[in-house]
Design a protein around this ligand. Structure first.
Ligand SMILES: [Fe+2]
Ligand SMILES: [Fe+2]
Length: 368
């Protein structure tokens, strides 16, 4: 094949246009993008913080503007201005939700995995997940895994408020979005507690039954989490980056909280100054208590109780406990499990995850 002797040669730009008209793109068009990605992974997500005093004001306004909400929509999502598709990070959408006394947020399900970290809870505030009542007391963590039916109930006399974290941007990019309303306000509740699947994932289980696992209703009561957090804080040095950090495990697998999301709680003890590190996971933080600061790239964020901030992928960052002599407690959610599954999880300068062995029995420790 050869061009006719005197036919003018097309410009690359007009050739690109020709190709676009037939739904084709030449790979040379990615050269500029590849240049920009050297040294990555890079995301467009920005280090961001949403201060509680502002969010609280808007949540209160939402309560007035939307006097009633039965579809779980009185929820303020934290949108990272760097991202075109929305989302707090490129995989995670976090927000805060208020449910008034007497409200029931209608039952539905979706492939999105979600979790709730309760900010203002009560024994009479609860989420029903696949027929099981999960009480939402302050600082409890409640999971609604992918495709589980869920509805929220506030039978207390306080305004129920929680941090809502979902893998919406991830599901969007995977083309997995779907939504199924139940068509009725509430789903049936299992009448008998001994039929709860969540009663089969504790320290004992019925031996005559098959093991259960996968998408399970699950609640992590703060009382138990706090007991262990306090306990590990009595020890010596923990992570040089995160101080005392604990993972919420799936008791049926011993692995991450959800297949796509890892939840952690960490305490920066008074005087803690974290070393700088970066990781391929993106992480959303919620300040449970205390004050401190996090330097993310060139951005310094000073945070206090109930603030939310995001550390984007592969950005150098360091945490510091505030100077007031009080410890700070952070709850966080990252997309690490997903990256681990794709063998893309990395940290620099080096990972501290699973680095040290558990304590030896006292006799062996004496010999060592
Ligand atoms: Fe939902
Ligand atoms: Fe970190």
């Amino acid at each position: 094949m050869s061009a006719k002797p005197n036919s003018p040669v097309k410009s690359l730009a007009s050739f690109d246009k020709d190709l676009a008209e037939i739904s084709i793109r030449g790979q040379w068009q990615y050269d500029e993008m590849l240049e920009r990605l050297i040294g990555g992974p890079k995301t467009a997500a920005l280090p961001m913080m949403w201060k509680w005093d502002i969010v609280q004001r808007k949540l209160m306004e939402a309560c007035d503007v939307m006097a009633e909400s039965f579809t779980a929509r009185r929820n303020l999502s934290f949108i990272n201005p760097g991202l075109e598709r929305g989302g707090t990070s490129q995989t995670i959408l976090a927000g805060m939700q208020a449910v008034k006394p007497g409200e029931v947020a209608w039952a539905h399900r979706h492939p999105i995995s979600a979790l709730r970290f309760v900010m203002d809870g009560d024994p009479k505030l609860f989420t029903v997940v696949n027929g099981e009542v999960l009480t939402m007391e302050t600082n409890d963590l409640v999971l609604t895994p992918a495709w589980t039916w869920h509805d929220h109930h506030n039978e207390s006399d306080i305004l129920g408020v929680w941090l809502d974290v979902l893998d919406v941007p991830l599901m969007l990019s995977l083309g997995q979005m779907a939504y199924q309303p139940l068509g009725e306000t509430t789903q049936p509740i299992r009448a008998e507690r001994h039929n709860y699947l969540s009663e089969r994932t504790g320290v004992v289980r019925p031996l005559w039954e098959q093991k259960v696992g996968g998408s399970m209703p699950r609640r992590y009561p703060w009382k138990e989490v706090k007991r262990q957090l306090d306990l590990f804080c009595e020890g010596g040095p923990a992570s040089p980056y995160d101080d005392v950090i604990l993972e919420y495990v799936d008791p049926t697998t011993g692995g991450s909280t959800l297949p796509t999301l890892r939840c952690c709680v960490q305490r920066l003890r008074p005087g803690f100054i974290g070393q700088q590190h970066r990781r391929t996971a993106s992480t959303v933080y919620y300040v449970v208590e205390g004050e401190g600061s996090t330097r993310i790239g060139d951005t310094e964020l000073h945070w206090g109780p109930r603030d939310v901030f995001v550390v984007p992928t592969w950005v150098w960052h360091e945490h510091r406990c505030g100077a007031g002599g009080q410890a700070a407690t952070l709850f966080s959610v990252s997309d690490a499990p997903l990256l681990e599954a794709a063998q893309l999880y990395r940290e620099e300068p080096e990972s501290q995850v699973g680095r040290r062995s558990a304590p030896l029995p006292p006799l062996d420790a004496r010999k060592a």
